[in-house]
Design a protein around this ligand. Structure first.
Ligand code: C5P
Length: 316
């Protein structure tokens, strides 16, 4: 087992503390295939990383612990169910070092909202502990560890706009010209992802899963810089299941359309609804209108694509 070096002459100087920030994600397209033998579903998805970030600060400490502050802090587990803690344990295991450190999570990404907040925390913890412990894993090894932690964790590391296949963990970058402006309407209460997939299977009742219709149109729209082309191309096979479990989301989607969004989609397994707008100003205006209409718990304007998890310079 490695431990923190005791001889400063021989060993690199390791930091006392490392902060990493990682983005939320939105699925612009999500086709869900059949349930596999391992219980996961084959997916074809287009991810985009959005400018809503969680931060994880890993600090030297004799034992491994997690603290959480911010959005939804009471709903985040502090034990080994916590994805950031699982990330630290997985890294220590492959690197053969002691899993020691405090992980202070500062949350801005809503919990159980379909925005991959837990995955962002896991990706951030991987990078933070890798730097704190000096384990210096290469990118491929980090992505491999990430995939073992959850289907969306590799994307939280890479960010940008990407095609995800397999269970979502196999990624290829996709060109998304320019900056896209979104409004996220965050519902009260969360949705459990496995339950949403189960509801989709129930709705399909053994029918063959839908194809990837519309994916080419969406990829072309992303190159066009034209929100009017992208809006109608947004799609999510999980949306019908999320709406069946949360019929109130229909009002949220209808309100966004009424207030002039150019496209809308339930984010991942929901219940967050994402609305595409034509500019940053339009996003601020739509956010105000959705807040006024009282159709969700809270509203955020965000843009994408943004980069994946990255270490913040000390002092930021
Ligand atoms: O990989 P992750 O931990 O995010 O998945 C949470 C749950 O969502 C899985 O246990 C599974 O029930 C469902 N899921 C799925 N197919 C996927 C991704 C997730 O069925 N491709």
């Amino acid at each position: 087992m490695l431990s923190r070096p005791v001889s400063p002459q021989l060993a690199p100087v390791l930091p006392e503390s490392v902060t990493v920030r990682a983005p939320a994600k939105l699925n612009l397209h999500l086709s869900v295939g059949a349930r596999r033998r391992d219980g996961f579903h084959d997916l074809t998805t287009i991810f985009q990383a959005l400018s809503v970030y969680d931060e994880v600060t890993a600090t030297v400490s004799p034992t491994l612990s997690v603290t959480v502050r911010g959005e939804g802090e009471g709903d985040v587990p502090l034990d080994s169910d916590n994805l950031a803690m699982r990330a630290a344990l997985a890294l220590a295991d492959v690197a053969g070092c002691q899993p020691a450190g405090n992980l202070a999570i500062r949350k801005a990404i809503p919990v159980s909202a379909g925005l991959a907040g837990g995955s962002a925390d896991a990706a951030a913890a991987l990078l933070a502990c890798d730097a704190l412990w000096g384990t210096a894993l290469d990118r491929a090894a980090l992505l491999d560890l990430a995939a073992g932690l959850g289907s969306d964790v590799p994307f939280a590391l890479t960010g940008g706009t990407a095609l995800g296949t397999g269970r979502g963990e196999q990624l290829l970058p996709v060109l998304a010209a320019g900056r896209w402006h979104w409004v996220l309407a965050v519902a009260a209460g969360g949705l459990a992802t496995p339950q949403v997939y189960e509801e989709l299977d129930r709705q399909r009742d053994g029918d063959p899963p839908a194809s990837n219709a519309g994916l080419d149109v969406l990829i072309n729209a992303l190159r066009s810089r034209d929100p009017a082309a992208l809006g109608p191309a947004l799609s999510n096979d999980l949306q019908s299941a999320a709406l069946s479990l949360r019929p109130d989301l229909r009002h949220t989607l209808a309100a966004g359309a009424e207030f002039g969004s150019v496209g809308c989609v339930v984010s991942g397994s929901g219940p967050t609804c994402a609305f595409l707008t034509v500019s940053a100003d339009h996003a601020v205006q739509l956010a105000a209108e959705l807040t006024g209409a009282g159709v969700c718990r809270t509203v955020r304007a965000a843009y994408g694509p943004v980069g994946g998890a990255r270490i913040l310079p000390a002092g930021d």
